[in-house]
Ligand binder design. Structure first.
Ligand SMILES: *Cc1c(COP(=O)(O)O)cnc(C)c1O
Length: 221
């Protein structure tokens, strides 16, 4: 697995998608999703230029982090998976951002446990898929307002996951809905797009793409 070659290829694809959309590649941050990925591979990705890393388990991130003390100030750790209430205390210590706020209960717990203003993204479930968490789009304006009154949270934007389908039109529709919502709410960040659909996400306005397999190969576990 040549991770640096993968990162270079990915960066080229990102640049081309940006060009198609009339955007600057500087507007799109690649978040390397490192669930099940060994620390050696994470370091290779760092050396290839990846600076932001996404995990979906608090424990996994907590175990990996001590391996990177030498480069810690340059790394940003993002929680991208469903966060359970009993893991919040640890999560605010381990992560620099919680990208998957999917309930007001979780927001309240984060606000109560965060020591500094914790950046968060609101997870939106555009199609109301039962396999996914996240707020229905109609609830998001109210949620943003509610979170604005929580002093230890800072809402940076929205996060969404496209449906698992070959139907590119449906994927694009979901990304368009997320982008419209972000624009309507005047939020800075929009985390959407994974290895199979990040080019569509960039064309539709993603500011962060979450990439696992296209950098690290197929997950073993
Ligand atoms: C695993 C995961 C990704 C990355 O998926 P790939 O298809 O490997 O790029 C992105 N976002 C979330 C929330 C994930 O759990």
């Amino acid at each position: 697995m040549d991770i640096s070659a993968n990162v270079r290829r990915l960066q080229e694809h990102v640049a081309r998608a940006c060009e198609r959309a009339g955007r600057s590649p500087k507007e799109v941050t690649i978040v390397g999703v490192i669930k099940t990925v060994p620390v050696e591979a994470i370091r290779e990705a760092f050396l290839a230029g990846i600076r932001q890393f996404g995990e979906n388990r608090v424990q996994e991130a907590a175990e990996k982090k001590p391996h990177f003390v030498d480069i810690a100030p340059m790394m940003i750790w993002r929680m991208v998976g469903h966060l359970q209430g009993n893991k919040v205390k640890r999560a605010v210590e381990v992560f620099d951002s919680i990208d998957s706020v999917d309930s007001t209960k979780l927001a309240k717990l984060l606000n109560a446990n965060a020591r500094t203003k914790m950046p968060v993204l609101i997870e939106v479930n555009i199609l109301g898929e039962t396999t996914k968490t996240g707020f229905p789009p109609s609830e998001v304006p109210g949620i943003i307002e509610e979170l604005a009154s929580m002093p230890n949270l800072n809402v940076h934007g929205l996060m969404g996951i496209a449906p698992l389908t070959e139907d590119k039109k449906q994927i694009r529709f979901v990304f368009q809905q997320l982008q419209q919502l972000r624009q309507r709410l005047g939020l800075a960040e929009l985390s959407m797009g994974m290895s199979s659909d990040y080019e569509i996400a960039i064309e539709e306005g993603a500011t962060m793409i979450r990439i696992g397999r296209a950098i690290f190969g197929e997950r073993v576990k």
